[in-house]
Design a protein around this ligand. Sequence first.
Ligand code: PRX
Length: 649
Amino acid sequence: MAQEKDDTFLSEDHFEPFQPSESFKKNAKVNDNSFYREAQDDRLAFWSRMAGNLQWTKKWERVLDEDNPPYYKWFINGKLNVSENCLDVHIKNGRGDKRALIFEGEEGDTVSLTYKELLKEACKFSNVLDQLGVKKGDAVTIWMPMIPEAIVAMLACTRIGAVHSVVFGGFSPDALKDRILDSDSKLVITADGANRRGKVIPMRSAAEETLNDCPSVEKVVTVKRTGTAYESKEGRDLAWSEIMAEAGETFEPVTMDAEDPLFILYSSGTTGKPKGILHTTGGYLVGVNATFHYVFDHDDDDIYWCTADIGWITGHSYIVYGPLSNGSSTFIYEGTPDYPNRDRFWELVEKYKITVFYTAPTAIRSFMRWGNQYADKRDLSSLRLLGSVGEPINPEAWLWYHEHIGQGKCPIVDTWWQTETGMIMITPLPGVTPLKPGSASYSFPGVEADVVDDHGNSTKPGQRGFLVIKSPWPAMLRTLYGDPDRFESTYWQQYPGLYFTGDGAWKDKDGYFWIMGRVDDVLNVSGHRIGTMEVESALVEHPAAAEAAVIGKVHEIKGHSITAFVTLKEGYEGSEELVQELKNHVGKKIGAIARPEEIFFTYELPKTRSGKIMRRLLRDIAEQRDLGDVTTLMDPQVVAAIKEGYTEK
Ligand code: PRX
């Protein structure tokens, strides 16, 4: 892996870095390097100062406990409550009438809740949880569309100390089932349906079989969003509106230890089973509170919009906990950017006077493809800062975003992080960092990222290697729920003492990080993480499939698209119908985001003599690259056959 970078790399030399404008700099939260110096001088003192921005019921005794690596602990014996920090503190500070949450539905319906109102809703739902017997430490699964109730439910869980597991609303009921079973949730909160591009997608009724198959589930609370009918079981099903109408309006936040679990979020890894990434209370909130404040240059007048879904970590950290713990106004939208028209997002920016906008490169590439006219005809002058997350942003998309959305004046923060890191780790600070399109620039102060070679030594400028984090950070995952061995082997065993991110990267002569994407069998499709093994396991559950190999093929808009090579069992013939059936099968098992774009049938998969599937070769075939030497394969003929089949298609 360790080698000099070649010409195909994004190059730092193509552009003059973009300097922050004097006017942006003047008002920025950070506008010189003293913030970096403070953290360099004493990292733990820096995090301790950041923690001081939150309200603690009892102050921590020690910042970091490193006695039992990799089981690090932060803010030892500190006590606090997350919902109290996201709601009550702002009311106490006289900000109760400020808008906390602004929502617009796909059909144009709106909700706006002040901090006082959001607190009232969260307290009401805390009372509901309490009455339903949910206790501190219990797991609660939330499977909902992007509606305010989802955020109310999350905040209420944190208020009573329940551990939420939010499952992306676009995941299938089968995927929901695996996650409910793994977390052992007693309660599921969902909606009757979701609005999607003018259609209604049933949720609660679609989950009926799943709920019946999950013995831990005692109660199901359903929000009425679309009016879609479902079967309500006596003693199990409750309607959100009915129970909320009777609920008390105050609820004392439960005091939590800094290391008490806060939430589980399932994410794809290199096996068929998703990993339950566990985050805890104090360190997570300190991390997202500080990064939100400085990376998005929090201003009291901001109307902030992160376009992620709350089902992903970006939604957790930068729609809910980061913005609300800072007292910001966070905007959420139910729908997609192209419905009813391709200017929907820009219409919303104009209408709500959004000041800070955070989205993913895949979306930016779609906007580019649709053409400039949609953004150009809208008034985007309220925007002052843009963000990007989820995958490497290609310089072309960066420049388009800068010119057409940022009107040439908004800095762009390209933020690198992961579900596991909980918080932004590599990012520009918009009032300080000269921006190089395509680079996420430097580690956030107090974070120590590096690029290392196969032996764990720092690489030279321009040399590619693996991205690692050299020291613990507050919002780090604490373990994989119920699977500490996998936690240790996935992240901590490649390089003793270093956290392995799974990403390849290099640093340029100025120390800027350039992220190249995953080096493991994890795909990034439209900024969403999907494990090749997950899709393969779904495929082989179909009666016709004997074996499957899944690869990510470079895709102009999505980053990667999924291509599957499948061998069929005796008696099955490959046909277009079977292709559709297999695609639908994966959609049912995981969700629409994991549906392969292409499926090819082959009599055998290319394997090494030890039987390992050579995905790299399949990628080369799919991307029509020269295959090089294939003589080490068990059956070299197979490659020629696949190649022929693939090119014929
Ligand atoms: O490969 C990196 C990519 O997304 C992965 C993490 O995915 P997930 O846990 O789903 O979280 C996504 C949102 C934080 C990383 O391992 N990634 C994320 N942000 C960037 C990125 N790659 C390049 N540049 C980024 N800014």
